[in-house]
Each structure stands twice: as C-alpha cells, then as structure tokens.
Design a protein around this ligand. Structure first.
Ligand code: ADP
Ligand code: MG
Length: 639
C-alpha cells in the first residue's frame, strides 16, 4: 500500500458488507446505539493515547485535555463526533475500518438465524462498533491523524456503505479522529441537540472523559449584545466504579454494563467492591444474561478491563482472571501497579496475582449467593442461578479441572441432571444428602445425550435399589470426572466402568444377594459359550448384579476410557486405540438362561452377536455391522 496523497478506492471485506446489511435490517429500531458506539470508540482512543503518553509525553502535542466533541448541523444534515485521542494512520484505517479482524467472524455469521430479534442480540454481542454509523447515515466521512505524526499524514476515509470506500492522504492539524455522519432522511431526530444529549446521558455518563456540545445561546438582555453559546459538558465524566455504591442507581450500573459488555440486555448480576489490604483495588464485575457467541472458541477474549489509577491499561488476560471466568465483564482498577512499565512486567507483579485471586473469590462468592437465594426461595423461584448455569455451567466445569485451589468450592456450584431430576438442578451436596443405607460412592453415567444416559441398562439395578445416579451428557463431563474423583470424602464412580458391587447397599440387600448368587452359578455355561463365540471382541465376560431388565451390557475396565469418551475422541479426529469392553450379563434374564441350554454352534454364535450388538445399541452407539444385526434378529423372530 503506497502512502501517497492519491485517492484510492477499496472494496470492503465480504464480511463487512454482510454485517452492514444485517445490521441495517435487524437494528433499525435501535438506531440510537450509533452514538454509544462512536463515543465508545472515541473513549477507547483517549484511553490509548493516555496509556501511550505515560511513556512518551510528546504524544500529547501540548494538549492533554482529552475529550469528545459532538456537533449537529441542521443545514448540512450532519452530525460530527470529534475526539483528540490516539487517531489512526493510513494502514490502521484500512485495517480497522474496512475489515473485521475478529476471530470467530465466520462462526458468528453461521449462527445468524434470520429471526430479527435473535439476530439483533447476536449482532449486539458481536459488537457492531464503527459500522453502526450506517444505521443513521448514508454517507460517513472520517478524518483522522495519529498522535505524534506530522500534520501532512492525515487520512480521509469516506463510504456510502455500498461495498467500497475511498481513502486519501490529507493535511490534518488536530490529532485524533473526526467522524462526519451525513444523515439518512429518516434520521432527522438526531439533529435535535436535546435528543443527542439524552442519548449521551443514557449511554455515556460514566465515560471518564468529558463529552462536550455547544449549549443553547443565551438571549441578550436589554441593551446588551447577545452572548455566544458556551460549550457544555454533557456527561458526568467520572469513572463510575470510583463513585460510592450508594450514589449509583441500577440504571447507571446497567448502562455501564451495556457499554463495556457491548450488550443490549441488562446484566444478570453484578458486584462492586473496593478492596483494601496489602493491595488496594476496586472491582466492578458483571455476569451477562447470555453467553457470547464465541464463548467456546479458543481465542475468545476476556471481557474485563484493567485500569491503573483510572488509566486504561489493557483487556484482562489469564493473568488477571482465570480463563474459566472469561464470561465475566467489567473493570478492575488499582493504585498499586506502576503505570510506566511494560505489560509483560505488569503481568508478573504480585499485585496482579493478588487481584486475580481476590476477583476469583468474589465472583465465586457472588455465584454462591445466587445459588443460595434460589434454593431459599422454594417454589416461586428466583431462577437467576439456573439461568446463569444454563449459559455458563460448562465454564465452571473447566474451573474444577483447572483451578485446584478452588476445586471443592466450584464443585459445589455444579448442577447435574440425575435419575431423580431431569432438570439440571442437582448439586453434589443434594446428591450426598440423598444417599441410601451403606452407600459411600457418588454414581454417575456419561453418555452422548441425556436420553441415552437416562435409558442406559446400567441404571437398572440403581433404579431397583433407589440409588440416585447423575446423568452426564456434556462432552466436557468426561474430563470433569477424570479430574473430580472425590467430593466430600466420597468417591465419584462411573457405573459403566469396573466391577460394581452393590450387594451390601440398600434396604433389601440381604435377600437380593442370595437370589443373585444362585443365578450366578447357573449362568456359568452361558459365560463359557459367550467367551468362545465373541473371542477378541471382549476383554472378559462376567455376571453382574447391575442389570434387572436387560440381558447384557458393556463396561470398561476401571482404568480404561469409557465407550463414550472413545467416541468423542474419534469424532474429534483423534487416533485412539479402541478400548476392548467387558460384556456383563444378567444371570437372571431369560435370554441368558436360554443361551445356557443352547446346543447348535451356529445358533450360539448368532445369539452371542445379538447380545453384544444390543449392548452397543443400548449405549446409543451403532454396532459394527448394523445390517447383519437386523438379519440375525429377524431370523430369531421367525423362529
Ligand atoms: P471495536 O471498538 O470493538 O474494536 P469498532 O468497529 O468500534 O470495533 O472499531 C474498530 C476499530 O477502529 C477500533 O478497534 C479502533 O482501532 C478503530 N477506531 C474506531 N474509532 C476510532 C477512533 N475514534 N479513534 C481511533 N481509532 C478508532
Ligand atoms: Mg468500538
């Protein structure tokens, strides 16, 4: 890209065109957000300049009064938003406005449904940013110059939002960025200063830089000349988090959230705390109502900003908040970090570490409070925690895996479906409180879907004995259970793994034990036949007391992967060796009794295959040869 004054025309990146179209169609009833977005960009630009200037004072060019100025011109039908922030050079303009550099853009477009209301939410989360100008303008002109560059290196950018933009080098005296919106016919309301002022109050009171407009002219008194209108500051211009809690309204808190969270909705919950101890810092953190579209993408960003003495330093990283809390939005501000050192050094400072620990604790405490409230409310429930969990529960599972210091605490926050409740509402503490006589283990089953888990033959004996089993059907559950092996002194055990001995558990354990022992003896011939005809397909064949209705099921050895885990890894394209399962049979089942008496070699072979393939089907998977399975079943039916 040459850097000369000649005018060039560039095409927008395809995604920008798509986004523009979508935005105009889904956000037409929300036009006013253009101002929020442009002020937010101006404020970011001021933040950036202030941060860079901490190590290079010359960037201020003698003017450190950072502010935003907004002007409406009724004759020209334009609105101008001008800042004296960091500005952009030509390359930056091309990279920042004309392309969408964000990761996950493709997935974002994939998620759009065509349902305008839903899409409006998604677009909001994605961050419409600069392009929201086109909600009210049919032409947008940008003049900008990066702080520190000569005035000859200004840039003019202009577009009608129709797929291309013009860019040329201009002379610009004042550093920073000026955005001129040439209003659409239906956007006249925004030419009214009172309308602009009310939007500024709504979205930008908390922006820590003054937003200025020209006031109304003061009428001349008798015999005096009319005084020119004075410039007024419209917003409060104080950092919201530095004000006392008691003086901040819910509305102000929520508006601030919408600004930093780029959200249309109010947050689900918030915490605002000033912490004083070895290190002093303020937290203003929020939980969103909905998960952002990129929550599960590897590069998804944290949503917390770090300030040092009210100067924006950076978006939080894993050094400031653990990755599993990446859905938290808000601000952390401290007086205990030096301003003029590199980010790398900041990231290794003990103050940062202390803030990370403190913030993590407070977020967990907030969640605990929400969970407690929900429980206390009984039936006409406050569902905040359930709402939270449905969106971010799987992040907490990551927490159990990653955050050893808080593992037990996070584990208490988990909620599962179980054989007692289909809803994802069973906590491990609930489970433990319902354990039956002599039960010392927390039982769970993992499967691909809740339905497959719920109908697994492995559950039969648990149903009979009235023992609750947790039903786990999220992919992450396989990892969760390999890290969370104990809770409250009780082992967690997959009911599809290892040998199961429930003979002493439950009210009627004694009688059941006797009956079963007799059946086990009579099943010996069946075991021999199954071993012979299944050969290498099974690691072992043995009787079990875990089945009451099904003839057979598959289990993994205690230290092997479960079949579910194997399927997940294979679907993810990983080259995993197949785990050879153990076939467990129900000695009391009629089919097993029949097999014990069978003579014909051929029949025994078919019958064994059917038992084995059935057990695979019961796990929600497919037998190796489904057609063969059907053929054998049909042959059996005809007999
Ligand atoms: P976001 O603010 O989420 O990055 P935007 O679409 O709002 O997305 O802005 C895109 C980029 O354009 C910004 O990240 C910034 O680099 C640049 N930009 C926009 N407005 C300004 C401005 N007033 N001053 C300097 N840079 C700006
Ligand atoms: Mg922006």
């Amino acid at each position: 890209m040459s850097n000369n004054a000649s005018k060039e025309t560039h095409a927008f990146q395809t995604e920008v065109k798509q986004l523009l179209d979508l935005m105009i169609h889904s956000l037409y009833s929300n036009k006013e957000i253009f101002l929020r977005e442009l002020i937010s960009n101006a404020s970011d630009a001021a933040d950036k300049l202030r941060f860079e200037a901490t190590t290079d004072d010359a960037l201020y060019e003698g003017d450190s009064d950072l502010h935003v100025y907004i002007e409406a011109n009724k004759d020209e039908r334009t609105i101008t938003i001008r800042d004296n922030g960091i500005g952009m050079d030509r390359e930056e303009v091309i990279a920042n406005i004309g392309t969408i550099a964000r990761s996950g853009t493709k997935e974002f477009f994939g998620q759009l449904s065509g349902d305008e209301e839903k899409d409006a939410h998604l677009i909001g989360q994605f961050g419409v940013g600069f392009y929201s100008s086109f909600l009210v303008a049919d032409k947008v002109t940008v003049h900008t110059r990066r702080a520190g560059l000569e005035k000859e290196h200004g840039v003019r950018w202009e577009s009608s939002g129709d797929g291309q933009y013009d860019i040329e080098t201009i002379e610009k005296e004042m550093r920073g960025t000026e955005i001129i919106l040439h209003l659409r016919e239906d956007a006249d309301e925004f030419l009214e200063p009172y309308r602009l002022k009310s939007i500024i109050h709504k979205y930008a009171d908390h922006i820590p830089f003054p937003i200025r407009m020209l006031g109304t002219p003061i009428p001349a008194a008798e015999g005096e000349e009319e005084k020119p209108a004075e410039i007024e500051t419209i917003n409060q211009a104080s950092a919201l988090w530095t004000r006392p809690k008691s003086e901040i309204s819910d509305e102000e808190y929520n508006n601030f959230y919408k600004h930093i969270g780029h959200d249309f909705e109010d947050p689900l919950a918030r915490l605002h705390q000033k912490l004083e101890g070895k290190y002093e810092y303020t937290l203003l953190l929020y939980l969103p109502k909905r998960a952002p579209f990129d929550l599960w993408q590897a590069e998804s960003k944290h949503g917390v900003k770090l300030y040092v003495r009210r100067v924006f330093i950076m978006e939080a990283t894993e050094d400031l908040l653990p990755r599993y809390l990446r859905f938290v939005r808000g601000v952390m501000d401290t007086n205990d970090l030096p301003l003029n050192v590199s980010r790398e050094i900041l990231q290794q400072s003990p103050a940062m570490d202390a803030m990370k620990k403190g913030a993590t604790k407070r977020v967990l405490a907030l969640l605990e409070d929400m969970a407690k409230k929900e429980k206390a409310d009984g039936d006409d429930k406050n569902t905040d925690y359930a709402d939270f969990y449905s969106q971010f529960g799987n992040c907490l599972k990551e927490g159990v895996i990653e955050d050893h210091a808080n593992q037990e605490r996070i584990a208490k926050l988990l909620r599962f479906s179980s054989t007692v409740s289909d809803e994802q509402s069973v906590s491990l503490e609930d489970y433990v409180s319902r354990m039956v006589k002599n039960q010392d283990t927390i039982y769970y089953i993992t499967a691909e879907t809740l339905a497959a888990a719920k109908h697994s033959p492995h559950l039969e004996v648990f149903r009979k004995k009235g023992i609750e089993v947790l039903l786990l059907s999220d992919r992450i559950d396989e990892w969760l259970t390999s890290h969370l092996t104990e809770f409250d002194g009780k082992k967690l055990q997959s009911i599809a793994k290892g040998e199961l001995d429930l003979s002493n558990v439950g009210e009627h354990a004694e009688e059941e034990k006797k009956e079963h022992e007799e059946a086990v003896k009579s099943a010996e011939p069946a075991i021999k036949k199954l071993k012979e005809s299944l050969g290498d397909k099974v690691k072992d064949v043995r009787t079990t007391d875990r089945l009451t209705e099904s003839p057979a099921c598959l289990v993994s050895d205690q230290f092997d992967m479960t079949g579910n885990m194997e399927r997940i890894l294979k679907q993810a394209g990983q080259d995993v060796p197949s785990v050879i399962p153990i076939l467990e049979i129900n000695p009391e089942h009629d089919l097993i009794k029949r097999l014990a008496k069978m003579r014909s070699k051929e029949k025994i072979a078919d019958f064994s295959d059917i038992l084995f393939d059935q057990a695979i089907l019961a796990e929600g998977a497919l037998p190796d040869d489904p057609a063969g399975f059907v053929r054998k079943i049909n042959a059996l039916l005809i007999q």
